[in-house]
Design a protein around this ligand. Structure first.
Ligand code: FAD
Length: 382
């Protein structure tokens, strides 16, 4: 496809992280023509950094709408992955490892107990005693109690992005990588397309903004009094290896987690650093993670160093995703703010975009961009 010419398709999706890629794939699966654009390689930002955990139980407190969103996405995963793997001829290492949330002190035990009471009405969970924990994971025998979600899973996040795009290319997905979207093309309160570093592209139906932590830069083109204060929160992660895996489940303890990967790596995550767009690994981040290793038993210290990496999670002030149309504008859907759960939530996000495209149905209000409405900018009337 040549640059500097105007081209049109049903949808343009800005950002080929997991959210944009999955959305583009689902739209083409429904018969729409889609252009997926990224300024870098696909999955080159937050989605490359993710540990790939798919765990509604560990990632939601007792919050009905958020928990339901996570769980709805989780339930979509097995069938969705089967289709993606078939069409892409790739494996994304979907693995039902199960998730253990371990309490190492009294306060955490109380928090987990109340979470368990709320969640067990909604999903399959078990409350584990120390002896039961030791049966599953001998290295966690020092834990006081735990929540166990046996059905929860993980994927290989970078492979997933690649497979989703390959599967999309089997349908009517066109992609342009290495070109930056500089502006939204706007007129008469409608978004018509995007101006990129290689020319303009127009969307018959809508532009879907899935640019992760960079979404606010493009939304600024609307010049409205709505602001989405999404910001980057850096997550740093370590990868270790060993001849024998010390654990087989994904285990959370004291805000850190370990993820045994089917390919022999052992991921230790993750920090949450409010340090702007700097995505470099820092010694302090590595120290924070190695300092937590003893919480996961004695054997991790003897594992071999593999590597470390970091990525920028897109976070809204309330930590919830931002999903929906932009108030009083046509032709734009915002899919952002997925923070700690973009891999898990990509499935439901794509479903919500398809629902909106086909039926005009909007996502649940709790995630609407409307919640960031401010009256300050451009609103000088009394
Ligand atoms: C250390 C770490 C561990 C994590 N672990 C998990 C986990 O276990 N499970 C889970 O569900 N989630 C996890 N997450 C969160 C998850 O990675 C993110 O929520 C998710 O990747 C966000 O996806 P995204 O597509 O919105 O953003 P991104 O992956 O950042 O993609 C946005 C894309 O937009 C592109 N872009 C930006 N501006 C422009 C522009 N102007 N023009 C063109 N392209 C543009 C970027 O190049 C980028 O590729 C983790 C995150 C981190 C950092």
């Amino acid at each position: 496809m040549a640059g500097n010419i105007s081209q049109s398709q049903d949808f343009i999706v800005v950002g080929a992280g997991i959210v944009g890629a999955m959305t583009a794939y689902r739209l083409v699966s429904e018969g729409y023509s889609v252009l997926l654009v990224d300024k870098g390689p696909p999955g080159g930002q937050a989605s490359r950094a993710a540990a790939g955990i798919l765990s509604p139980s560990a990632e939601s407190g007792p919050s009905q709408p958020f928990f339901e969103l996570l769980q709805r996405s989780f339930l979509l995963y097995p069938a969705l992955i089967q289709k993606i793997e078939e069409r892409s001829h790739m494996s994304v290492d979907l693995n039902q490892s199960g998730v253990i949330q371990a309490a190492l002190d009294e306060k955490e035990e109380a928090r987990l107990e109340s979470l368990y009471r709320w969640q067990k009405e909604r999903i399959n969970l078990k409350w584990l005693t120390p002896a039961e924990i030791a049966d599953l994971e001998p290295d966690m025998k020092h834990a006081r109690a735990a929540i166990y979600a046996p059905e929860e899973m993980q994927v290989h996040a970078p492979k997933l992005v690649q497979a989703v795009i390959r599967a999309g290319h089997e349908e009517r997905l066109t992609s342009r990588f290495g070109i930056s979207v500089q502006h939204l093309i706007v007129e008469d309160r409608r978004v018509w397309g995007v101006k990129t570093s290689e020319g303009q592209y127009f969307a018959e139906k809508a532009v879907v903004l899935a640019a992760g932590a960079w979404n606010p830069f493009l939304l600024a083109d609307l010049g409205d009094r709505f602001e989405i204060p999404i910001k980057p929160i850096k997550g740093q992660v370590l990868s270790l290896t060993a001849d024998i895996m010390p654990m087989h489940h994904i285990v959370f303890a004291r805000h850190r987690y370990v993820v045994p990967k089917p390919d022999g790596r052992f991921i230790v995550g993750a920090t949450e650093d409010d340090t702007g767009f700097d995505d470099r690994v820092k010694v302090g981040g590595v120290a924070a993670l190695t300092g937590a290793l003893d919480d996961f038993g004695p054997r991790i210290r003897h594992m071999q160093w593999d590597t470390a990496w970091a990525g920028l999670r897109p976070m809204a002030p309330d930590g919830l995703p931002v999903l929906g149309v932009w108030p009083q504008w046509d032709g734009l859907f915002v899919a952002g703010g997925h923070f700690r759960n973009g891999i898990l939530l990509s499935a439901v996000t794509a479903d919500l975009v398809v629902d909106w495209a086909q039926n005009g149905t909007l996502p649940p209000e709790a995630f609407s961009p409307q919640r960031f409405k401010t009256s300050s900018r451009n609103d000088s009337t009394p």
